[in-house]
Design a binder for this molecule. Structure first.
Ligand code: ATP
Ligand code: MG
Length: 228
């Protein structure tokens, strides 16, 4: 896989257990690209993202993500793949019993960080990046929904991932907070990372134009034209 391709899928079926959700998925994504995945509810957007982060297995075809061959990936290697990915969820998935700093430290410890000073400096960097430089000591319930999702984005960035995967990241947000999150996600791509976002939220497409892939009738196809 050439270095600038961070995802390269060819002829990959997407399964949920024995149910075939998408057939013959083929696409590539390069560094610095932002790509939408759209499609109706149940069309397979989340299943595709789960396949990318090795939550669902690749049973045939050829599938490379961030330098890993998913067909050859052993379960003990999954954490190494995940360190190259940042994942943002619709419902934020913050730990509600600890503050923002502790949420980020938790992920860093779980992914092998040891040096306390480096952890704190990285934590400050990512919070600064998402505009929450002064809110590290807040508990999740003391933050607005939009701020909680900013923490979700900060957490996705701590390990300096090659790819950010976002599954309906604006699904629980009002329009203004959604735009804030979109600006962050569009910025992330400028630093050479790829961003893939599954969404229903067509109102974003006018101002945040990007390449779009659509899941429909068991297939994922590139839309020929950007939606305006
Ligand atoms: N854990 C699971 N076990 C079995 N089948 C599942 C599971 N999760 C999803 N499915 C099935 O896979 C299909 C695709 O679901 P998926 O969640 O990928 O759709 P989606 O496009 O993300 O939908 P939404 O827009 O509602 O999030 C659906 O038919 C769903 O019922
Ligand atoms: Mg989904």
């Amino acid at each position: 896989m050439p270095l600038d391709k961070v995802i390269d899928f060819s002829g990959v079926p997407v399964f949920q257990r024995d149910a075939l959700i998408l057939t013959d998925v083929s696409f590539t994504i390069e560094k610095g690209e932002f790509v939408y995945i759209i499609g109706r509810t149940g069309s397979g957007k989340s299943s595709l993202l789960k396949t990318l982060y090795a939550e669902l297995p690749v049973k045939s075809g050829s599938a490379h993500v961030a330098g890993y061959d998913l067909r050859k990936l052993r379960s003990r290697e999954v954490p190494y793949l995940r360190r190259k990915l940042g994942i943002v969820f619709q419902d934020f998935q913050l730990l509600t019993d600890r503050n923002v700093n502790e949420n980020l430290l938790f992920v860093m410890k779980a992914t092998g960080w040891k040096d306390k000073r480096k952890m704190e400096s990285r934590m400050e960097d990512v919070l600064e990046k998402v505009g929450l430089g002064t809110k590290g000591f807040k508990m999740p319930y003391q933050l607005s929904q939009g701020e909680q999702q900013r923490v979700g984005v900060a957490r996705a960035l701590v390990n300096d991932p090659d790819i950010v995967l976002a599954d309906e990241p604006t699904g629980n947000l009002d329009p203004e907070s959604s735009r804030g999150i979109m600006n962050l996600l569009f910025d992330i791509r400028k630093s050479g990372r790829a961003v893939i976002m599954a969404t229903h939220d067509y109102s974003l497409f006018r101002d945040f134009k990007a390449r779009t892939l659509k899941c429909e009738k068991g297939k994922m196809e590139a839309l020929k034209y950007e939606i305006n």
